[in-house]
Write a protein that binds this ligand. Structure first.
Ligand SMILES: NC(=O)c1ccc[n+]([C@@H]2O[C@H](COP(=O)([O-])OP(=O)(O)OC[C@H]3O[C@@H](n4cnc5c(N)ncnc54)[C@H](OP(=O)(O)O)[C@@H]3O)[C@@H](O)[C@H]2O)c1
Length: 321
């Protein structure tokens, strides 16, 4: 089977390489990892040509324009990568009977809801990045609206606060904690930090069976985040404490990280205050007939704290901190 992974140099794209290597069926697939150098997603012709040349039956689109603040200036580019390219992938999937797994974000919501967001809640993005990602979701849904090809299907996995092999909040905080004695971190935005390795693993679990064949699932949006929630302040505190537990010394003490409000920290693009997303829909999809819900809850959706601790310990062990 031909599998195409877009975004090979990003956090999620890199995680796919490890996730496939961990699968016994990896070798039986022809997996192509594509980065910007092989296909610029802002070039519609390049995307179409690549799809028609490689004829993938399964596409993971881990590429995206993710520079949230810069997007306020680079509107056309953000839309080309985040909306137009996924639209082309979806049109290809409908025509050729392929499976498209695409990724989206908590930023499609305005964050005013008091409880975790459901897949059925209305999109109402605040900034250009969120608007371009929301347009990507809508474009995929549009392409599939009149789909008559029973083999064509899509999943949009909405996730939040991703960390992995690449630049991310945790790495930034660990660097700043070595340089500064005082750290002020936002404490009134709520969400779930998500490991890119976990997200790649759950994507494979959703899309491929144990035999390595594509699984059929109801097309639609699924929220994909680990268990629990925190704030950026809570995440920074745990990351620094975990590194200290592993022997790293910082200028700032984990207990001396000062909480501040979003209103006190000005950024070009607005952020949702509530990024919490219910994962009930994905959990029920992954429950195997005959297996217990508890298994899925405990093993497939671990607590975010455990994964952050593991991640930080790995950063320390590899000398990245
Ligand atoms: N990071 C987060 O906190 C977060 C939160 C919620 C949702 N998400 C979503 O999760 C998915 C994965 O995010 P991530 O954290 O892995 O992002 P990332 O680390 O920023 O990686 C994005 C990748 O997309 C590639 N890309 C950007 N513009 C491109 C273009 N014009 N042509 C080809 N490739 C291009 C980048 O290429 P270069 O390496 O060449 O720049 C990069 O490798 C995305 O859909 C994102 O919207 C992320």
């Amino acid at each position: 089977m031909n599998i195409l992974v877009f975004g090979k140099d990003g956090q999620l794209g890199k995680a796919f390489q490890g996730a496939f290597e961990a699968q016994k069926f990896g070798a039986s697939h022809d997996i192509q990892y594509v980065g910007r150098a092989q296909c610029d997603l802002s070039d519609a012709d390049a995307v179409m040509n690549l799809l028609h040349e490689t004829q993938p039956q399964l596409i993971f689109n881990a590429a995206a324009y993710t520079a949230v603040d810069q997007a306020e200036q680079e509107i056309d580019l953000a839309y080309a990568v985040n909306a137009n390219a996924p639209a082309i992938m979806a049109q290809y999937a409908v025509k050729e009977g392929a499976t498209l797994v695409h990724y989206s974000t908590d930023y499609v919501f305005d964050g005013t809801k008091a409880t975790p967001y459901l897949e059925t809640d209305a999109r109402n993005p605040l900034g250009i990045y969120g608007k371009s990602k929301a347009a990507g979701e809508a474009a995929i849904e549009d392409a599939f609206r009149n789909n008559r090809n029973p083999q064509a299907q899509f999943a949009i996995l909405r996730t939040s606060w991703v960390y992995g092999d690449g630049g991310n909040f945790i790495r930034t905080i660990l660097r700043l904690a070595k340089e500064r004695e005082v750290l002020k971190i936002i404490s009134d935005q709520h969400g779930a930090p998500t490991s890119s390795a976990w997200l790649a693993g759950i994507s494979l679990l959703m899309a491929l069976g144990e035999d390595g064949c594509i699984k059929s699932f109801p097309s639609g949006i699924y929220h994909a985040v680990p268990n629990g929630q925190t704030t950026w302040h809570g995440l920074a505190t745990l990351a620094i404490q975990s590194a200290m537990d592993a022997g790293v010394q910082f200028k700032v003490d984990a207990k001396a990280i000062q909480p501040i409000l979003t209103a006190e920290y000005s950024l070009p693009a607005p952020r949702p205050m509530n990024s919490r997303m219910s994962t009930d829909k994905l959990r029920s999809l992954l429950v195997k007939p005959g297996s217990a819900n508890a298994f899925i809850n405990e093993f497939q959706f671990p607590e975010w704290e455990n994964m952050v601790r593991e991640y930080v310990h790995r950063l320390v062990a590899t000398g990245a901190v």
